[in-house]
Design a protein around this ligand. Structure first.
Ligand code: GLU
Length: 498
């Protein structure tokens, strides 16, 4: 085991900033935190980090919750369900951060800084000119009481900055990456509390993780450079830091930064397209974790049983959209028919503009199950089962390659096939097939060529579930109606051609 948790109950959290639509990378972080808590029978909570007023997006919180709900990443405590450490929304905890900033000031770990944005900008420019790294020049670190009074008299609203030790070193631990030693002289006096009274992440997240009893902080690798600051904050408060695990980046297959170009979209877009939450969870779990060296399909219970930090990887994970699609197909095939019908019905319903006939849908499910990789694909694969009027298709499609330019021959084939189908006693697909199959040879065409005409006639499409099973489900009358309608179109075409 790579880490200890000292017999404590594991408490993890997902702490999004509501700045937009959550992406799959965000959900990976949430999933790993959730899995760790579930694995140890601990608690997983949701905390909203809405302290950046400039980047706040109104729908952001709802979008985060909806994505978590969709993936089944249930939280035990959070802004909506409450819990022993409520409130769980940082903008409702400003007093707590102010008190803690005060404590740091009182303990000489922080100070008020009155520098105006203009002055900070000048300092930055001068540093740039000298090719020095930009950082606060500590102008206000040692103000005399008179200087402070003067600044206050001018009405400037101060920020609170951390008083980073000028020498010595800070050791930051990451359970996945080991310890890193930072020389304090390279660190700056970062802001803890902004002039608008809102805390920065550096203050708020550490205070909350401590007060809320977080034992393991799982978060994105982009926070690594800030780790020494966070250890300094814990030290200054005299608190034991939680276990930190910085999850690897997720890259596109070309190893560049992951983007839409690689097929990565907002988490809820995947729901729209008909990805299954279980498939997405399985896929995300493998972005930086593995069960062993080869297993790809891992259900939720198995993930919970085996997930731990010792198999979490730090090298970048590669996002492979094709693999996700393949995985989704596997989950669709493994789903019980009635559940698949439940999940697929809304897609058809949206397309048709009305609820679908459940019994009919249940009959179709076995035909399409092996053929779709996304729930949304059922629309294209099966909408013709639900339409009553004339199908829309081109006569060209009906003719296919074989009969292109020869509608009279296609008409003849179609009429012969219709006649045989009409003569069938019963309407089981085996019977339908044995009635029509020999006709191809008699007509001197390939079965596929003959079936192609019939397929377009009864479905309006060239790619469908198996033809005769489709006819069986469509039932006699509807099938024959559609064949008749195709015959009329061919007749019109043949007369025209003459
Ligand atoms: N609010 C931070 C973010 O959305 C969370 C980082 C963390 O998990 O501590 O990036």
């Amino acid at each position: 085991m790579l880490y200890r948790f000292n017999g404590m109950t594991v408490r993890t959290r997902y702490a999004p900033s509501p700045t937009g639509e959550p992406h799959l990378g965000n959900m990976r972080t949430a999933l790993f935190s959730w899995l760790l808590a579930r694995h140890y029978g601990g608690q997983f909570f949701l905390r909203i980090e809405d302290t950046d007023q400039a980047r706040y997006v109104e729908s952001g919180i709802e979008a985060q919750m909806e994505a978590l709900h969709w993936l089944g990443l249930t939280w035990d405590e959070g802004p909506d369900v409450g819990g022993p450490y409520a409130p769980y929304t940082q903008s409702e905890r400003l007093e707590t951060y102010r008190e803690h900033a005060q404590k740091l000031i009182a303990g000489d770990h922080a100070y008020l800084c009155y520098c105006s944005p203009e002055r900070l900008e000048e300092v930055r420019k001068a540093q740039q000119a000298r090719k020095e790294p930009p950082r606060y020049d500590r102008h206000c670190r040692d103000l005399s009481p008179e200087e402070r009074r003067a600044a206050e008299a001018q009405g400037s609203r101060p920020v609170v900055r951390f008083k980073t030790p000028l020498d010595g070193e800070t050791v930051a631990h990451d359970v996945l990456r080991g310890s890193v030693v930072f020389q304090n002289e390279t660190l700056d006096d970062f802001v803890l509390l902004k002039s608008d009274g809102y805390p920065t992440y550096h203050l708020a997240a550490q205070v909350d993780d401590h007060l809320m009893g977080t034992t393991h902080v799982l978060r994105g690798e982009e926070w690594l450079p800030s780790v020494p600051r966070h250890f300094l904050v814990y030290q200054a408060f005299g608190w034991e830091p939680p276990v930190f695990a910085h999850l690897s980046r997720i890259l596109g297959p070309d190893r560049s930064k992951l983007s839409k170009r690689h097929g990565a979209h907002a988490a809820l877009d995947y729901r729209e397209q008909g990805y299954l939450p279980d498939a997405v969870v399985n896929f995300l779990a493998l972005l930086g974790w593995s069960l062993d060296d080869h297993t790809e399909i891992i259900d939720r219970e198995t993930l919970i049983r085996h997930f731990d930090l010792d198999r979490v990887l730090t090298n970048p994970a590669v996002f492979n959209a094709e693999k996700l699609l393949w995985m989704n197909g596997v989950y669709i095939r493994e789903m019980p028919d009635d559940r698949l019908a439940d999940d697929a019905a809304p897609f058809l319903g949206r397309h048709l503009g009305r609820p679908v006939d459940r019994e009919l849908l249940m009959g179709i499910i076995p035909l399409v199950k092996e053929r779709i990789k996304l729930l949304g694909e059922i629309v294209d694969m099966a909408d013709f089962f639900f339409t009553d009027g004339e199908l829309e298709y081109d006569v060209e499609a009906l003719l296919g390659k074989r009969y292109a330019g020869d509608p009279a021959a296609a008409l003849k084939a179609l009429e012969a096939a219709t006649e045989r189908l009409e003569a069938v006693d019963g309407w089981e697909h085996e019977k339908l097939e044995s009635a029509v199959r020999p006709l191809a040879e008699e007509l001197g065409v390939k079965t596929g060529e003959l079936f192609g005409v019939l397929r377009v006639a009864v479905t309006g499409k060239t790619a469908t579930p198996p033809l005769f099973e489709t006819m069986e489900i469509l039932a006699r009358e509807r099938t024959l109606d559609r064949l008749r309608s195709a015959r009329e179109r061919l007749q019109a075409q043949s007369t025209h051609a003459k």
